[in-house]
Ligand binder design. Sequence first.
Ligand code: FAD
Length: 492
Amino acid sequence: MPKAIIIGAGIAGIASAIRMAIKGHEVDVFEASSKPGGKLAEITMNGFRFDAGPSLFTMPQYVDELFKLAGKDPKNYFDYIKLKEVCRYFYEDGLRLTASSDLDKFAMEIAKKTASTTNEVERYLKKSKTIYEVTHRVFLERSLHKLKSYLHWDTLKSIFRFGQIDAFRTQASANKSFFKDERVAQLFNRYATYNGSDPYQAPATLNVIPHFEYHYGAFLPKNGMYGIIKALIKLAEELGVKFHYNQKVEEILYSDEHKPKIRGIKVNEKIYKSDAVISNLDIWFTYKRLLKNIPPPKKLLNQERSSSALIFYWGMDGNYSDLGLHNIFFTEDYQKEFNAIWKDKTISNDPTVYINISAKHVRGDAPSDSENWFVMINVPANNGQNWDLLIKEAKANIVEKISRILNRNIEKDIICEQILDPRSIESRTGSYQGSLYGNSSNNQFAAFLRHSNFSSKIAGLYFCGGSVHPGGGIPLALLSAKIIDQDFKFNT
Ligand code: FAD
């Protein structure tokens, strides 16, 4: 039986393994770490459990699809709820907005508390839907690197509608024209950060992202985000996939001939033969470490990386009724914050703070009368900044900001802490410079400047995950595996 090897058990690596196993192939996954999941990890401390990476689950249908393809009922593996409340927003001037999944309610909340109207919200979300309709088949669900993708009738229809995707102005300038109240524009500008970009540079096409959250919904697995990985691993193992942990792949092996073919991989000096290799490792390191003799595509690899994150995992004594599952505390000056990240490669002294508290829904995630706070700010990718100093300053600014807005001294409630920063994101997950989403989408050609999902030089070599087409985030990482599946061939 022909054999496929997957390098890395991130979500796209696991999804690729499942898809290969469903095709009836023998599949082995080699993972450098002792556990699967990559960025989608969990940590525990002092009776608290934290999802270490992603906290927002959108487009669950892409996970469900894997179970259905295998002829299984996803509900027998994991369960998730659709959130009634999407997010709570806190502003420095005292404004508080609650985004409901009920769009009329959300629009009414905005109209009641700001200078914007329900009409503005409706017009904006209608535009978001249009961008999704035009882009999803072309940019998300097919390879951009195969001629046949452009010959589909629906691709051609989309190409005729390209004028509607708002690619020639920035997201921030588009949102300024949509909303009279700049705080509402700020709320929607934040969606650029969902793929690690800057709303003041990224094209308004990124206004597609709210469509995922407001049309399809925001979800939470009943046992937390890591539940997605546990469920997928169970499915993969049932399908016969073999996982090898603590096995850091050192080299991808291919034949030495005019049109090279995949031969296998090398781990700890041992050779494992295979007829196809799918690398889930960041494309930068795939070239720099595993494909040493293949000239790297410099233009693609040298694109600006997406932003990274600084996260404090705090076990908190007490309950905070003002807070929900997802909470945003906005900076007073959003442009200044993004200039700090993108131009000065540092952290602003008033960063926007995101607090996720999974214990609001998953009670077992924190001991009674306490909460598990995942406190995150966006920061630049690692370029050798003095992170120890930046982290110390950021923590003081965050504590001061949240305490002031909630009118409660939060520092005294912190009973335990762990920290993740761009350096540790890179060392733990192999993400170059600790970026969360591969390349940034700060220019309108970004979609075309991601690496393809297959190698044009080595037969049987494929690439999946957040650093290649169609991009970062759980839904797109899952789609990268789906795109490979559409055209997969062994090394013939
Ligand atoms: P990765 O998770 O990058 O995993 C790659 C795997 O390869 C790792 O397990 C690594 O150990 C392994 N590996 C590396 N080198 C080797 C080697 N040489 N040999 C073998 N194995 C190797 N997305 C969302 O959708 N919603 C969110 O709310 C969200 N928030 C995020 C918050 C944070 C803090 C982070 C870090 C990410 C967030 N993301 C979010 C992004 C999302 O986590 C990623 O896009 C997605 O998980 C990437 O998956 P991947 O398949 O590319 O693999």
